[in-house]
Design a protein around this ligand. Structure first.
Ligand code: AMP
Length: 281
């Protein structure tokens, strides 16, 4: 069970090929969403999910992908984190990247695929298998490269209204010591024109992190708006691409983590899986 096949064919694009894995048909059954009926639940040790999180900047891809990664025991790989690590390393790419990132633009497909490739290779050396990708693919070209080298089981498309996204990005903070993310924004969007109200409490840091909070350089209003515009232009076609392949799960976030997390688990049919995990813990 849960046999994972390494992709035999290698990608001619950017030398990516062998660093991705393809799941066998059995492993595909690990995605309860795609296989309906509830009969195909498998144990965590038997699943090597290959999931992608899509959604605008600030929607919460990192938050939910990271929680699912802990629950399912697969790595959460955020290409934005890989870019920030590269920026912090002051390596040869760093200056070139900082100009792009600070204007809210996308890094070239070649650079991002190379960073992801290196991350997967390092994970492979540590015995990782499966992944939850966050922030990749972001262009049709990236989606095609990914599709050439592996089978994605499920694409979760997280959604929030645009005004909430801007406030959430502006409220984002990270503790520069423990690395945890917080949000100081109070979101209170009234329901109108048939759209539900959305309220989110801030996710405040504990006292020991309070004086160590930093804001991402690209979380300014101007850059956030540029990132949202670029997302709409270059990333939204991905939704149609994955929808046409029957892999897209749309998920309108109903509020903050307390409301959204249980509903997301329900949508993924992982709700009783989480209960079993916490009982076993
Ligand atoms: P994020 O944390 O996902 O918002 O990413 C931060 C920045 O990293 C983005 O604004 C882009 O400049 C860059 N980036 C992250 N992922 C990608 C990607 N898949 N393709 C191109 N650029 C990316």
């Amino acid at each position: 069970m849960a046999r994972v096949l390494r992709v035999a064919r290698s990608s001619s694009l950017f030398g990516l090929g062998s660093r991705f894995y393809s799941t066998s048909a059995e492993v595909s059954h690990a995605s309860p969403f795609l296989h309906g009926g509830g009969a195909s639940r498998v144990l965590a040790k038997d699943r090597n999910v290959q999931w992608v999180f899509l959604g605008c900047p600030g929607v919460g891809k990192g938050t939910y992908a990271s929680r699912l990664s802990t629950l399912l025991g697969v790595p959460h790989i955020a290409t934005g984190d890989l870019v920030r690590e590269e920026l912090a390393s002051s390596g040869p790419l760093s200056r070139q990247l900082s100009e792009i990132v600070n204007q809210g633009k996308l890094v070239s497909d070649e650079i991002i695929v190379n960073l992801l490739s290196k991350r997967l290779e390092a994970g492979e050396a540590k015995g990782e298998s499966g992944f939850i990708l966050d922030g990749f693919p972001r262009t049709m070209r990236q989606a095609e490269i990914l599709g050439d080298v592996t089978d994605i089981d499920l694409v979760v498309n997280l959604k929030l209204p645009e005004e909430v996204l801007v406030d959430k990005c502006l409220g984002r903070r990270t503790c520069n010591q423990c690395g945890k993310g917080f949000n100081v924004a109070h979101i209170n969007l009234k329901g109108e024109n048939g759209k539900p109200a959305i309220s989110m409490d801030p996710l405040l840091p504990p006292p020991q992190c309070m004086s160590k909070l930093i804001t991402r350089a690209d979380d300014t209003e101007e850059v956030v708006k540029a990132r949202l515009r670029i997302y709409n232009e270059t990333s939204q076609p991905l939704e149609e691409y994955y929808r046409s392949k029957g892999k897209l799960m749309e998920f309108d976030l109903p509020g903050g983590i307390p409301e959204s997390w249980p509903r997301l688990l329900e949508a993924l049919r992982l709700d009783d899986y989480e209960e079993k995990q916490s009982v076993a813990a």
